[in-house]
Every structure is written in structure tokens, then in C-alpha cells.
Design a protein around this ligand. Structure first.
Ligand code: XUL
Length: 451
């Protein structure tokens, strides 16, 4: 009998599955449910509900994630995959998103009828029909109150691994508690996307894992417990609603009988606690030793890496999360990624091939020319007014194209070092990682091998 492992990814736009066979080291099947095109009745755009009056409010319907699970498992079953051979299921959830559930959540999970779809049986479990997700930035006021509760942003960063961040779950919980106190008071469980999905699969409550918990501005990163001052800041009863944050390696359940009967899983199939997508990416890319770092080159660029120990001083530009191994990871997000590189290409109406060739025609260091590439507002470092500054740059494609990539890599290298990362090798991912010219500049700036 094959030993199959199912990995799920509940992300902003879709729920995806990959089944691997450890013995043959191969992917058995990949499947996906795309919310906007396949679950159109939730009226989401790219997986999220657009709020035209308040564009900084970005939510998604958690029932949609439930229905996606039903559809995805149905697709796998119809594909003829032997779900009975799946020995364990783990997953990754978009970080920071929160789900608010009443006291019927667990009883409902335990009484599921395998003859009926999941989404029809879980309509009454929510105290909030929409979940704030990571794209929400409506909690500026709550962030200030969070920082003030522990003596300022630096203290909050040292305590939780991050300064107060609008999309982080703690300030989001506070906003809900303050603005909708009746619904908040009737909430029995506050889950993250990760713990919500894991709980459904196991038919019982699975706590928030340490990794995803560090994306909430609530967990004391050193002792791995919720901070009581921050819990008090959220609202009464938050501790009970959150439950205990768990070490994902210590708690495993078995799959709920609903999934055994409806989809043909084995009753022995293990449910491993899920984590946030960033801690999961760390493991997925095999970054499990000091010095291993990844750079994802996408719309925005992210740099993240594994750290055996917490840095002496936590960088306020980075998020320090607990890794699934129990060690740590640092993550920084640079907003001026692909769009900045593309802005230079477009300015000179060049193709990507011409853009790359132009870079190759200039020497590393760009003859001393330099650019501050804030085509858009920037997160790291915080730039509140966009603007591009050129120092010694010639107005040519070659000079500017090299300048933008060198500037991006130097900003990453500087901030990665500040955050405590000491890269000895970089794994490049994301759309632009297929461009060898960009990877060469990455290797030149960081002075380490890139693959
Ligand atoms: C990280 C963040 C995003 C989401 C995407 O802090 O907000 O990377 O995790 O799902």
C-alpha cells in the first residue's frame, strides 16, 4: 500500500491540494478550487470582498473556504485518487485572517451527516459572516492602542516579534470587540484560517499553532504564551476564545468520520495542525538550517530565512515568526518588487530580453550609479511619499535597469542583516526568479550562492 501525504493550501484566491508519495518521491496529484471562478455565489473578486465605501476593509466569507474544501475533496475522489492511502493531512493558511465561531461550532462538527455537503451543515456556526484577512488595513487606531498597552512599538516588537501591524489579528480582534460587542460576546472560538480548517478536518477544536500565532501581535515570542496585557487590550474573554497556542509537532488528531464516510479516507489518517503560509513556505523550501534564506520575487518581493535563535535585538522592519520546527524565521516584505523593475523596462519600451541584455552590458556596481527605487510607497523602509531618486545614473536603459535591481538587492541585504539573518545560500522563488540576470545581481550583492 502506498503511503500518501495530502497538503492543502487555503490561500487568498484558491484552495489547493497536492498529494505526494514519499516512497517514490513523487507528486501523485494536484488539484485546486478557485474561489472567484468556481464559487461565484460568494461574489468575491480575486477571493476577497471589495468594500467600496471603505477600501481599507478587506474581508472574505469563511463559509466559502468550507465549501472549497468540500469541492476539492470531491475533485480528488472523482479523480480516482486512493484517499484511503493518505496517512496524514497538513495545511497552510493565509496568515492573519481570523474566523469567529459560536458555541455550536464543535457540536456541529461532531454531528456532520456524510450524506450532505459540508457547507450546508456549517451555516450557523459563525458570529461574523465575513473574516478580516491579511489585506485589511483598517485598524490604525487599534494598532496604536496595542503599542501603548506594552510601552510602545519597540517594546511590542521585542515581545511579539513585530511592531503593531494593521493586518495582524490582535488589532483586528480588538476592532471587532469594540465595534460589535454583542457578536464578540457570543463568540466561543476565535480561529485563524489555519486552525479553522484543521479543526474542520479533525472534527474537533485544534488550537492556533505557534507559527501562525506570531502573526497576531499577541503571542510572547519567548515563552510562546499569549501576553495578558495584549489579551486585555482586545476585549474581555479573549483568552478563552483563543484557547492555548500549540506546538504543531505535539498535537495530532485523526480525521473526522465525516471525511472517512464521504470521501473514503482511512479512519487512521492523521490531521497535523496547520500553520500560516509563511512558516509553511520556510519548510516547503527546505530552509531548516541557520543561514538558509529565500527571496521571493513577485509583485512585492519578500526575503525570509531560518534562524536558530531569536536575534539580540528584534528589527522593527521585519516580522519574526516561530518556525514549524520550533526555531524562528524572519520575514520582510518590500512593496517595490516587479512593478519597479517593470517601470524601468516600460520607460524605455524594452522587452524583458532587451532589459536583461542591457543589464549584462553594465558592470556590477554600475560605475557608482545608484537609485532609490520608490516607484510606489514602501514598507521596508517606510516611505510615505513615492519618488525615484537617481545618483550618478545615466538616463539609459542599461544604467537604470541595473540600478533598480542593485538597489532592491542592497536594501534586502541591509535589512536582512538588521533582522538577524546571515544568509549563506539563497533560494530564489517567484515569477522573476527565472531571470538569471536578476539572480546574478542577487549573488553579487549578498556574496552567496543563489539557486
Ligand atoms: C505576511 C502576509 C502575507 C500573507 C499572504 O505577513 O500578510 O504574506 O501571509 O497570505
Amino acid at each position: 500500500m502506498a503511503e500518501l501525504y495530502l497538503g492543502l493550501d487555503s490561500s487568498t484566491q484558491s484552495l489547493s491540494a497536492v498529494i505526494i508519495d514519499l516512497q517514490t518521491q513523487s507528486i501523485v496529484v494536484e488539484e485546486q478550487v478557485h474561489y472567484s471562478s468556481e464559487l461565484v455565489h460568494y461574489n468575491v473578486t480575486d477571493g476577497v470582498l471589495i468594500n467600496e465605501q471603505q477600501p481599507q476593509v478587506v474581508h472574505a466569507p469563511p463559509l466559502m473556504w468550507v465549501e472549497a474544501l468540500e469541492c476539492l475533496l470531491g475533485k480528488l475522489k472523482n479523480n480516482g485518487v486512493a484517499l484511503t492511502d493518505v496517512v496524514a493531512i497538513a495545511g497552510s493558511g493565509q496568515q492573519h485572517g481570523s474566523v469567529y465561531l459560536n458555541n455550536s461550532f464543535i457540536p456541529c462538527l461532531q454531528q456532520l451527516d456524510p450524506a450532505q455537503p459540508l457547507q450546508h451543515q456549517l451555516t450557523e456556526i459563525f458570529t461574523r459572516s465575513t473574516s478580516p484577512i491579511w489585506m485589511d488595513s483598517s485598524t490604525a487606531q487599534e494598532c496604536q492602542q496595542f503599542a501603548a498597552a506594552v510601552g510602545g512599538d519597540e517594546a511590542l516588537c521585542t515581545l511579539t516579534g513585530s511592531v503593531a501591524i494593521e493586518r495582524f489579528t490582535g488589532p483586528q480582534i480588538k476592532k471587532f470587540a469594540d465595534s460589535e460587542s454583542l457578536a464578540f460576546n457570543s463568540t466561543r472560538h476565535i480561529c485563524l484560517v489555519s486552525s479553522f480548517m484543521a479543526s474542520i478536518l479533525s472534527g474537533d477544536y485544534i488550537g492556533i499553532d505557534h507559527g501562525d500565532a506570531t502573526g497576531m501581535n499577541l503571542l510572547d515570542i519567548k515563552n510562546k504564551k499569549w501576553d495578558t496585557r495584549l489579551l486585555a487590550c482586545c476585549g474581555e474573554g479573549t483568552a478563552e476564545k483563543l484557547g492555548v497556542a500549540i506546538d504543531p509537532s505535539m498535537q495530532q488528531g485523526k480525521i473526522a468520520s465525516y471525511f472517512v464516510q464521504r470521501f473514503g479516507f482511512s479512519a487512521d489518517c492523521k490531521i497535523i495542525p496547520w500553520s500560516g503560509d509563511n512558516p509553511c513556505s520556510l519548510i516547503g523550501l527546505g530552509l531548516v538550517e541557520e543561514g538558509m534564506t529565500a527571496i521571493s520575487l513577485g509583485t512585492s518581493d519578500t526575503c525570509f530565512g531560518y534562524m536558530e535563535k531569536l536575534p539580540q535585538q528584534m528589527s522593527q522592519w521585519a516580522h519574526t515568526f516561530i518556525a514549524p520546527t520550533g526555531a524562528y524565521m524572519s520575514l520582510m516584505c518590500f512593496k517595490n518588487g516587479s512593478l519597479a523593475r517593470e517601470a524601468v523596462r516600460k520607460k524605455y519600451a524594452a522587452t524583458w530580453e532587451e532589459w536583461s541584455a542591457a543589464i549584462e552590458s553594465t558592470p556590477p556596481g554600475n560605475n557608482g550609479a545608484f537609485m532609490l527605487p520608490w516607484f510606489d510607497l514602501e514598507i521596508v523602509p517606510k516611505i510615505i511619499q513615492a519618488g525615484v531618486r537617481l545618483f550618478g545614473c545615466e538616463e539609459t536603459l542599461a544604467s537604470e535597469a541595473r540600478a533598480v535591481v542593485e538597489a532592491q538587492m542592497m536594501a534586502m541585504a541591509y535589512h536582512a542583516a538588521e533582522a538577524g539573518l546571515k544568509p549563506n545560500a539563497i533560494r530564489a522563488t517567484g515569477g522573476a526568479s527565472t531571470n538569471p540576470v536578476i539572480l546574478q545581481i542577487m549573488a553579487d550583492v549578498f556574496q552567496v550562492p543563489v539557486d
